[in-house]
Design a protein around this ligand. Structure first.
Ligand SMILES: [Zn+2]
Length: 369
């Protein structure tokens, strides 16, 4: 009996050691910067919360009544104490920061003379807010499932090392994350039905970019960002024609455009001509009336001029007497999953696996390692 017990214990120890070194059986936590403040943050919870400073437990509350944390120089003031960091550990109830509730735990620290609130949240809980914040929860289930896989892969790819304070922001720079209030039953189901599924290039996670509408063709990732990311290639898309952003027309004053570019360091006089490179590199050649010229990446140009004016990297342009006129297709950087295309494919009966295969033909879906 004793030997059996010993053997069992050795096996258990081996299992625990293996699971901790291989990473399975561990929840995948992402760290999301949810807000910053110069002066103070308000926290509360309807459930039990433990407050820690480093390894020291300061308080165990059955219910966290609204507390206000204030910044004093490089430290956080709570009651009479001053702390470098404070951890708010939940037992399953959401914690509210400035009246927005979040799953998981919250870490408060002072960085660059500001209070930073970082949400430590399990990846699946994080996605329950991201999926309906990035795609309408009323869209077909297969499109929502494709979005869940793409958002999961992107977030886990972005996990930074321990030297960084957080992995992701909560806005469009990373993925939209609005907390518990944004969760919807259909998108929760999409997250659940694709649990732990990610897209890989061999055994590596990939930054699976996505965008609203490609307007007929998605773009190679390395054409947009000039970095080696050949696993995300442009593909034809016949499925996003219902999008209100499929085609667009915009214009901007000729003088105004010149001023914007000069302000951003692209010295250029009165614009005479704008040409678009014929290769698939999406470059813009701008020439002024004195013969000076500038070359810009279309995506950079789009962001400099304003994404409300130049809505995608896929456009044609004409320099008129007073105004520069753009006609284009799609909205966004047009790399990776076309969300309106995913909706169109789902409405035609395609599964989320087929959708992902279409937009990421070089990637393979499998469960998290
Ligand atoms: Zn499309």
């Amino acid at each position: 009996m004793k030997i059996k017990n010993l053997v069992f214990r050795v096996f258990l120890l081996l299992f625990l050691l293996l699971s901790s070194t291989c990473g399975f059986a561990q929840p995948k936590i992402v760290r999301v910067l949810i807000c910053k403040s110069n002066a103070s943050l308000r926290l509360s919870s309807q459930g039990p919360v433990t407050i820690k400073a480093g390894n020291k437990i300061l308080k165990r509350e059955q219910r966290l009544e609204k507390i206000v944390l204030k910044r004093k120089g490089d430290s956080i003031k709570l009651g009479r104490g001053r702390y470098k960091t404070l951890d708010f550990i939940s037992k399953g109830f959401p914690i509210s920061v400035n009246n927005k509730a979040y799953r998981g735990n919250i870490k408060i620290s002072v960085l660059h003379k500001q209070l930073f609130a970082v949400n430590y949240v399990d990846i699946e809980g994080y996605l329950k807010s991201v999926v309906p914040s990035e795609m309408p929860s009323s869209w077909p289930m297969e499109a929502l499932k494709a979005q869940a896989v793409v958002a999961r892969t992107y977030a886990l790819y972005r996990r930074a090392g321990p030297n960084k304070e957080y992995d992701l922001c909560s806005g469009t720079n990373s993925q939209m994350y609005k907390g518990v209030c944004s969760e919807r039953s259909s998108s929760n189901m999409a997250v659940y039905l694709t649990e732990k599924m990610c897209l890989y290039d061999n055994r590596k996670l990939v930054p699976t970019y996505f965008h609203s509408t490609c307007g007929g063709q998605t773009i190679n990732a390395d054409s947009v960002w000039r970095r080696a990311l050949d696993s995300i290639e442009g593909v034809d898309c016949k499925f996003c024609k219902d999008s209100p952003h499929y085609k667009w027309k915009r214009s901007i004053g000729r003088r105004k455009l010149g001023k914007i570019l000069s302000k951003k360091g692209y010295k250029i006089g009165k614009i005479k001509k704008i040409k678009i490179g014929k290769d698939k590199l999406y470059r813009i050649f701008i020439e002024d009336k004195y013969g000076k010229s500038q070359v810009l990446d279309a995506n950079k140009f789009r962001i400099l001029v304003g994404t409300e004016v130049v809505r995608s990297s896929n456009f044609r342009v004409k320099v008129g007497w007073f105004r520069v006129k753009f006609k284009g297709n799609g909205w966004g950087h047009c790399v990776g999953l076309c969300q309106w295309g995913a909706r169109g494919m789902a409405l035609k009966g395609h599964s989320y696996k087929q959708i992902l295969q279409h937009y990421y033909p070089n990637l393979v879906m499998r469960r998290l390692f």
